[in-house]
Design a protein around this ligand. Sequence first.
Ligand SMILES: *[C@@H]1O[C@H](CO)[C@@H](O)[C@H](O)[C@H]1NC(C)=O
Ligand SMILES: *[C@@H]1O[C@H](CO)[C@@H](O)[C@H](O)[C@H]1NC(C)=O
Ligand SMILES: *[C@@H]1O[C@H](CO)[C@@H](O)[C@H](O)[C@H]1NC(C)=O
Length: 337
Amino acid sequence: MSASDILSLELVLLAALLPAADSAEATQEHIQFHVIQISSFANHSWAQHQGSGWLGDVQTHGWDSESGTIIFLHSWSKGNFSDEELIDLELLFRVYFIGLTRETEEYASQLHFGYPFEVQMTAGCELHSSDIAKVFLEAAYEGSDFLSFQNMSWVPAPEGDSRAQSACDLINQYEGIKEIVHKLLTNTCPRFALGLFDASKVDYKRQVRPEAWLSTGPSPGPGRLLLVCHVSGFYPKPVWVMWMRGEQEQQGTQQGDVLPHADGTWYLRVTLDVEAEEAAGLSCRVRHSSLGNQDIILYWGHHLSLYLILLAVIVPLMLLIVLALWFKKRCSYQDIP
Ligand SMILES: *[C@@H]1O[C@H](CO)[C@@H](O)[C@H](O)[C@H]1NC(C)=O
Ligand SMILES: *[C@@H]1O[C@H](CO)[C@@H](O)[C@H](O)[C@H]1NC(C)=O
Ligand SMILES: *[C@@H]1O[C@H](CO)[C@@H](O)[C@H](O)[C@H]1NC(C)=O
């Protein structure tokens, strides 16, 4: 192992052990907030809108289209905005969705939009150490780039056809809308993103301990076992999970994707394909910032003996019950003369 290998190994370990500090610092230079809208138009009288808000890759907001209200997904999702300002924004989005539905239905045939169709939109801002680095608003029609908002006007996407040009010509007539969009992107978004980022730090400090358990997966072949180590409900995301024999890491260890739970914690599945007779003595080791230095270690053998213990308790118990019932029946027959 060269010195640089050792250094990079140390960095990896450091990143695994200090995930809270690491992720907070990484995002300090770079903050991004954006909203996503997906609108389905089934026919000229039926449309549905889905909306969500994101700080980097963490979803912070949803949109309840029934009631036309913002769903705040975390305790800190309001950032530092007052309830008044949030109610104003909510009203603005509600009017926007109603207006979009009505205008789209009115102009669909003129713009040659064929039902059913889907419109996707993303808009937001990026900040580098509190300065605006970039604002963006891009819309797609049926999955292809359609138009964007640039410097106070609507511009068709390079791959957009004459429909994109017609749509831009149409909406560029509304100066008031352009001013609102411009203000949302260059003023509201950066202010909100900064306040939200500060408020989210509560979460970066959060530590939730994982639970871990073992099982077998579908057999990879005759005489082989797929050992599965499940690690669930941890926060923050960085985690280290390895199949071990004693202190030796098993090279065949396969990591799944780290998957989200609805409560914001994470789940990971780590597997090892082994000869059935080699399974005994293997263990799954879990290292996570919430555990301090107390790694979770689960032994494969213990997992099996738990079943044996259960079996050893349940089988005699069942026998006893059957015997007891049998005796009771015999006694009651004898009682009847
Ligand atoms: C429009 O689409 C919706 C949803 O698919 C459907 O329930 C409704 O019957 C359609 N209406 C017309 C007039 O086609
Ligand atoms: C944006 O528009 C203004 C006036 O319409 C113009 O002066 C400016 O150069 C434009 N900026 C860019 C980056 O296109
Ligand atoms: C929220 O925080 C940001 C950044 O710290 C600040 O610019 C803004 O004025 C604060 N308050 C509101 C209501 O935007």
